[in-house]
Design a protein around this ligand. Sequence first.
Ligand code: ADP
Ligand code: MG
Length: 323
Amino acid sequence: MSAEAPLIEVKNLKKYYGESNNIFKRKKEVVKAVDGVSFTIHKGETFGLVGESGSGKSTIGRSLLRLNSITSGEVLYKGKNLHSLSDKEVRKIRPKIQFIFQDPFSSLNPRIRVGDAIGEALLDHGLYRKDEVRKKVLEVMEICGLSLQHIDRFPHEFSGGQRQRIGIARAIILQPDFIVADEPVSALDVSIQAQIINLFSDLQKEKEITYLFISHDLSVVEHLCSKIGVLYLGSMMELTSRDKLYENPLHPYTKALLSAVPVPNPTLKRERIILQGDVPNPANPPKGCKFHTRCPLATDICQQEVPAFREVEPEHFVACHLV
Ligand code: ADP
Ligand code: MG
């Protein structure tokens, strides 16, 4: 572990949706989308956040950039509590923390040429003059593997992979030091996925960008991420380095997710663990360990007590009674 203070520190983060603060209204269904999650990300690290759909990944990603409010807990960026900063301070930090979406197309205005879309934020933040902006746009287009002749084309003229390159170019033109990438390759063909992941990895080496990389697929984060957190129904189940997670997964949920990841060497093939049932309703999660209803190893204690999130070996955290 690095002695340097973390770039991002998340402390007991909770985000509940549907809470009514009007005591006269009928109690609404509350979804505990994020239910007490803690982790840190150091400069230059790529933190992979994985879990099935609905586990709270996007909510955490958005909370880290103040794109949604939080119920409780803290998100520190360079030691500053992001959710209690003044608007003025937020404006200063805004360019440094960027978001990349699964579908960049939805965030691109169809009538704005990509060059202008990529340069837009620079003008908005008042960082450069118009002629300088065009130069910067060409620079990042080149870095992101976009053809410079395409600067005046419209978004619909690009393929999915190219659009994601545009999304990345829009984010890195602001020279951020932290990027949340939310399922940025999930909508792409597998062959294109690898190219975009390589681009993320090259950018990280060149520009020392720190990432929170969100994916529902453990095979996507394996080559990019240095640290991985496994989320289930708003709770962190396991958190450790990439190497430890793949070599020695401890949580039954992680084991099940990993068993679905194809391995290049067939003699090392893991036995496929098929999880029973669907993800429970997050508005009414199982008591005790949230995973017990689908866990092949669950015992009595799992149905009754919430397992503590413990450091079972150095830098390897797991929330499971059986470990
Ligand atoms: P993931 O990104 O892992 O699929 P999300 O963070 O999108 O998970 O969602 C976590 C839970 O919170 C889900 O049950 C989802 O339905 C719920 N949720 C997400 N956004 C909202 C919202 N704006 N209002 C109400 N519930 C929401
Ligand atoms: Mg999501």
